[in-house]
Write a protein that binds this ligand. Structure first.
Ligand SMILES: [Zn+2]
Length: 91
């Protein structure tokens, strides 16, 4: 059983989901991602295999802790882009 399989038992995160949208990677969250988390599972990924999650302000800490708790190499960086259709960005 891999670490992914362990995490896959939870409905909260779609592990392995490709970066296909600009929304938060936490399951059921439709917020615009404002942070990117580049991470790797050293047990199953080679050094050049990096996964990227997006996180909204609300969940960036949650996702960071999720990965940090598993000792995954992790880089968190702010996204410069923003979605014009996000209500937060409308005056
Ligand atoms: Zn979120």
């Amino acid at each position: 059983m891999s670490a992914d399989a362990v995490a896959g038992g939870s409905p909260m995160i779609g592990l392995g989901r490709p970066l296909e949208s600009s929304t938060c990677s936490r399951a059921d969250c439709r917020n615009t991602g404002r942070w990117r988390l580049d991470w790797r599972n050293p047990r199953i990924h080679s050094a050049d295999r990096v996964k990227t999650w997006l996180a909204c302000d609300e969940h960036v800490e949650y996702l960071r802790e999720f990965l940090a708790a598993r000792d995954f190499p992790l880089t968190v960086s702010a996204l410069d882009t923003f979605a014009p259709d996000s209500p937060e960005n409308q005056r």
